[in-house]
Design a protein around this ligand. Structure first.
Ligand code: CU
Length: 181
């Protein structure tokens, strides 16, 4: 029986090409996101694609994991004077999400992060150096803390985008974004 064998150099080239194709496939998958808001619950949303920095941060898997509560929509709270975000909302495996994780607020709004008591220790941190894209804001609630009696607030005085995360749970996808408009 005749068997043709590739020379070693060619075999390596073939293997390398297969590896490159697999990587390209994964990148392609990350790019698809539904943007129809058919949830029927009356919540106004803004397509995440309008704010690519938000979309990228929430779906990024190079730094931390993607937030599985983010479905390509930013919850529009620009008409709300009181904005509260749950810390330890259901998501990312258990109580490891912000709820809602991506919001838009009006300039001058004081946002309150309210711990639910679920998912153990959390904090709220916007540290541009640790994050992809660009966060126009830098703030921190301090060391991670546990329990439902914790809260943190920050007033967004200028328009821009804040990208933040929970330090202990960044690897689980506990990420958040605030668009200040
Ligand atoms: Cu956390």
């Amino acid at each position: 029986m005749a068997r043709s064998r590739l020379p070693d150099v060619d075999r390596r080239t073939v293997l390398h090409s297969v590896g490159a194709l697999s990587t390209a496939g994964l990148i392609g998958l990350a790019g698809c996101a539904g943007d129809d808001n058919g949830d029927g619950n009356g919540t106004d949303t803004i397509p995440g694609s309008d704010y690519p920095a938000v979309d990228e941060w929430m779906t990024e898997t190079d730094i931390g994991d993607a937030d599985d509560t983010y479905e390509g929509e930013i919850v529009d709270l620009r008409d709300d004077s009181d904005v509260t975000i749950d810390v330890g909302a259901e998501g990312n495996g258990d109580g490891y999400a912000y709820g809602p994780s991506a919001v838009a607020v009006s300039t001058g709004t004081e946002v309150l992060w309210d711990w639910t008591g679920e998912g153990s220790l959390h904090n709220v941190e916007a540290e541009p150096d640790d994050q992809i894209g660009e966060s126009d804001y830098e703030f921190s609630s301090g060391e991670p803390v546990e329990g439902a009696d914790n809260e943190y607030s920050y007033t967004f005085d200028e328009s821009g985008i804040a990208l933040y995360h929970c330090e202990p749970h960044l690897s689980l996808g506990m990420k958040g974004s605030v668009v200040v408009d």
